[in-house]
Design a protein. Structure first.
Lengths: 347, 347
DNA sequence: ACAAACCGTTGCAACGTTGCAATTTACATG
DNA sequence: CATGTAAATTGCAACGTTGCAACGGTTTGT
């Protein structure tokens, strides 16, 4: 072992050596470990003086409850697990999500463990691992599919979780989701108001529930607005950026090409713009665009570009709040929220 | 509690109810818990038959060692902690880093917990928290400064850690770092070869060691090459992207402006390009650029743009490998590696 | 034949915590 | 002063694991 011993790090006083436990405080105050434990956790029936003595001693020795002890005794891990999707469609998704979660558990006893997925597929392995290993008290999953097998598994196990994204299951579960129907509708209306007659909706991952929602809403909106609506949803769009770039170039060469594009991912929007530019087509000059914004990157390059913001940080916060309440026993059906897209019209 | 009970999830056989422990296997096989424990961990002196019996029983009941038990007994958390910097200079940094770490601990008993920082400053609080709470067996920190207080604290506590970035401390510690001197040198040489006479180095966070290394190497390189080298390093560059965008615009208006730019961050490169374009200046037409690439975003928009790649995924892998060896007791000075930048010339 | 060495296995204690039943202490009442 | 009751505190067991000393049994050496 390298640094395995004598880590008497930052306890308030300069005490060295062994870590402070309940026993330490017990010996220091002359009270029993039970009393100390009780007092520290805000027990109900304790003398004011006892409380004070314990609190002082605890502070003096820099007592921090041992997670392993608590976990062994109570079964609570005080950990929430984030299953991190392997894709990178939404720019800066991982960082913002994690920061949001971090914000929500700040000051609490909870830790965050992240379990990376290596393939973009709602794989059940990772979640099963969490279940089998009692890794956490609750799980956050993202990129949820309509009949997501992870959700199924978690519901079957009656394990607390919250999904970023809705499902089509009859049984209710906690979720927080971007309101992609509203996104599609608002975007279509905006483009129509700008005079567009032929909209192209560029969507990616067809395994998610959002994919379905967004396409349906788009179809409704264009029909209602009386304009042409095309959905571009080939396998190519889930491929490497250069494929989408090629698509952008192809569009510029089409006979009756769309005059408005809606893009549900900033990454794809970038690739597409690259392709359009290759074909000599520039935004605002014969073609309009609205994209779902998750970072500042595209707006930095094209400040006049319309976007609709999905705030992933806030999503992370909200997901965590919901999960914590779920862990605390609240009913799933009371833990379902949507994030309303916030349009940023800049042109 | 919501789903706190009866999580007899995915154990191989269909056994329900309580989780399998050593006791379960002990009762099943008639052997003592000690023997079972020993056998499961590959004890030395055991009959072949005993081994087999234990292994079979363990598999049958889907035994997974309880982390809390192990941790309480041995003091090992089997967790590594990543202190996640709050900044987003390097696009996709967090995701790739985490994926890389995930790859390196795949199949091992290790988990990853992520501790988000909320301010871009080598704050000691987070690390102290890890120390006080025995959160992990080892820590990974990023964006290391020359006299990073976190490093100081970790060294003082003799706690296993590895830093993404070097320091100036005399005492040796484990690190993995991007070879930013090589980056600056290679980039300057490339631009000089392309005929540039006046280089601008655009650097951001002056609190990191890399900042210093990169500037020094740049100064040496330009001197050696006999060309003008300017370092742009104002407070504005650490501000919002629009400030850097403004800088880009300003450059186009300068009397004797640089004809070659080196940028140590993809995010800043994007903002700068935006500003240059605002001023009517396009890359390759009177101005060249090389940037440190950490994602596919900029190359997707400007495929002909030269870059030098920093592979953050690989860095995450390597950092973890080093940390694991450190935890295992290897000497810090044997755990220091550099990542050689890989140039991607495309013009 | 007896001691020594070995093999394979086991019981026990401890890690730090909490819930519960039981105990002690304090205080008011008859 | 005995008694009852409430308030305050405590001892004990258990959560699942592992290290260690010790066990009985067999083999080897002298």
């Amino acid at each position: 072992m390298a640094g395995g011993k004598d880590k008497g790090s930052g306890n308030g006083a300069g005490a060295i050596g062994q870590r402070a436990t309940l026993r330490t405080i017990s010996e220091l105050t002359g009270l029993s470990q039970s009393t100390v434990s009780l007092s520290l956790r805000g027990g109900t029936a304790l003398k004011e003086e006892t409380r004070r003595k314990v609190a002082e001693a605890a502070k003096a020795v820099g007592y921090v409850p041992d997670r392993a002890g608590v976990r062994l005794r109570t079964g609570k891990t005080n950990v929430i697990a984030l299953v991190l999707d392997g894709g990178d469609d939404s720019i800066d998704f991982a960082r913002q999500m994690i920061q949001g979660i971090g914000q929500a558990i700040r000051g609490s006893r909870y830790h965050l463990t992240v379990i990376p997925e290596f393939v973009r597929t709602q794989s059940v392995e990772t979640v099963r691992y969490v279940l089998d290993n009692r890794t956490a008290d609750g799980v956050i999953i993202t990129h949820t599919g309509p009949r997501d097998r992870r959700v199924q598994l978690l519901m079957d196990a009656n394990f607390p979780f919250v999904s970023h994204g809705r499902t089509e299951f009859f049984t209710q579960h906690a979720y927080h989701d971007f309101h992609s129907e509203a996104f599609a509708t608002v975007a279509a209306e905006r483009l129509a108001a700008k005079g567009c007659k032929h909209l192209l909706m560029l969507v990616g991952d067809d395994s998610t529930t959002n994919h379905h929602n967004i396409v349906t809403a788009f179809r409704h909106a264009t029909a209602r607005l009386g304009i042409v609506g095309t959905v571009q949803d080939s396998a190519a769009l889930r491929g490497r950026p250069d494929e989408i770039r090629q698509l952008g170039l192809d569009i510029t060469r089409q006979a009756n090409r769309p005059d408005g594009i809606i893009c549900d991912s900033e990454m794809r929007a970038i690739a597409l713009i690259g392709g359009l530019q290759d074909g000599g087509l520039h935004l605002g000059q014969g073609i309009e665009m609205i994209f779902k914004q998750t970072s500042d990157i595209l707006p930095t390059l094209f400040p006049k570009l319309d976007s609709i913001v999905e705030d992933v940080f806030t999503a992370g916060e909200e997901l965590t709040r919901l999960l914590l309440r779920r862990i605390n026993g609240e009913a799933p059906e009371t833990l379902q929220t949507l994030f309303e897209p916030s349009p940023r019209w800049r042109s």
